[in-house]
Design a protein around this ligand. Structure first.
Ligand code: HPA
Ligand code: ZN
Length: 339
């Protein structure tokens, strides 16, 4: 292990953008399929893994939604969430904000309570058993209608005090943030923080809509904002963080190589950038691998890496007290580490 690698693995980190469904490892997908009496169209976990060759976001989403079929019972949602949190703990993550998109399940007849109770129980157990702080962001799917999103919002209200915020994922191009103005207004009216995937494959105008029309609290991805310098200035002025996912962008062909990833340009533009794994099982890395590979490809300095980790905590939906303790833990770690 290089010095940078061991430094990054041990560095206290926050992960703000990961989809629980996207942390389903091939082995677990096979185990859950067997447990639930389902047959997968791949012969083995390694055959499934070999199918992870994506050409764009949609080619990934097709496989990701297919994988979601193995999650049926409350225990399945518990197990996949608990497995991610155990892995995150080993990875030095002390704060995780997890996304889940219940519509993949509820539209197939799985009860909303099955999804919510399984995930929230794993989050609660991890707080006790692993001392990892985590919370849930419920996402709606943008290829569905605004009425579908409103229905989801109604369904999750019984758990509202245990939900960090509401987000949105799915096929971006053709489904701009402006399609969901009323939905996000309703989320705000009910007291939820809001985030949306924007500028992953979509243009800067989608990021502008997220900022100006939806008035989001955080932007998931956001890469394409760089094409609009006035928008960048506005995002900086509003102190909105971007949850950037470099290995995701690489695997979904948003960038031709990590060396050409806009992470450095986003940082240089003064944006509040965080690094995250998105769908770690599908994209070949958890948050540490994202930081390690970016450090190498973009020649990030130790200070750059530490700033990215600090940004994770300042952008997290946590109390000032939890934030200050996390930042102090970074300071002590850096002071004690010998490069
Ligand atoms: N983009 C949009 N939707 C998603 C993603 C993503 O990267 N991952 C899971 N759902
Ligand atoms: Zn995502």
């Amino acid at each position: 292990m290089t010095n940078y690698e061991s430094f990054i693995r041990g560095l206290p980190k926050a992960e703000l953008h990961m989809h629980i469904e996207g942390s389903l490892e091939p082995r677990m997908m096979f185990d859950l399929a067997a447990r639930n009496g389902l047959k997968l169209r791949w012969g083995s976990p390694s055959e499934l893994q070999a199918a992870y060759q994506f050409t764009n976001l949609q080619s990934f989403l097709d496989l990701y939604y297919e994988g979601c079929r193995v999650l049926i019972h409350e225990q399945d949602f518990y197990d996949v969430t608990a497995a991610y949190l155990r892995r995150a703990k080993q990875d030095g993550v002390i704060r995780a904000e997890l996304l889940i998109g219940p519509q993949s399940f509820t539209t197939r007849g799985v009860g909303i309570e099955t999804v919510m109770n399984g995930v929230l129980r794993a989050i609660e157990d991890a707080r006790h058993d692993l001392a990892i702080s985590s919370g849930l962001i419920v996402t709606a799917q943008r290829h569905r209608t605004e009425a579908d999103a409103m229905l989801l919002l109604d369904q999750i209200m019984p758990w509202s005090d245990r939900i960090l915020g509401i987000g949105m994922g799915g096929a971006e191009v053709g489904n701009p943030p402006s399609k969901f103005v009323n939905f996000f207004r309703a989320c705000r009216d009910r007291g939820f923080r809001i985030t949306i995937h924007a500028g992953e494959e979509g243009p800067a105008s989608y990021v502008r809509e997220a900022v100006e029309l939806l008035r989001v609290d955080r932007i998931d991805h956001g890469n394409s904002c760089l094409a609009d310098p006035e928008l960048v200035a506005e995002i900086v002025r509003r102190k909105l963080a971007l949850t950037v996912c470099p290995l995701s962008n690489l695997r979904l062909k948003g960038v031709p190589s990590l060396e050409q990833h806009p992470l450095r340009a986003l940082i240089n533009a003064g944006l509040h950038v965080t690094v995250n794994s998105d769908d770690p099982s599908y994209f070949g890395g958890y948050v540490s691998e994202n930081l390690i590979e970016c450090q190498r490809a973009l020649d990030l300095s130790l200070n750059d890496v530490v700033d990215l980790a600090r940004n994770g905590f300042t952008a997290a939906f946590i109390s000032p007290d939890e934030r200050d303790k996390a930042l102090a833990s970074i300071d002590s770690y850096v002071a004690a580490f010998r490069m």
